[in-house]
Design a protein around this ligand. Sequence first.
Ligand SMILES: [Zn+2]
Length: 90
Amino acid sequence: MTSDPDHDRASDHPRAPCSRVVSLLADFLEERLPPSTHLELTRHLNDCHSCHTQLQTYRSTVSLLRSLREEDLPTELRLTLSAFLDRNES
Ligand SMILES: [Zn+2]
């Protein structure tokens, strides 16, 4: 990559507003966005610290939720769940 001093000027490439980026983060992580939109977000995230932080937070939350399995749930919550299921079966 060559360093072009003019390349960093934000005015050259109007970027997506932060609110739009944040609202699309879920789809971005699931790679459900059209390539052009995905690229747009990638560009924004590369130079927007606040959106980048949001992405990190979102990503770690999602992976935490994915890693949760029933046996990892606190005993108390598991008991509540099975009590709830029992009540609905009878
Ligand atoms: Zn942003």
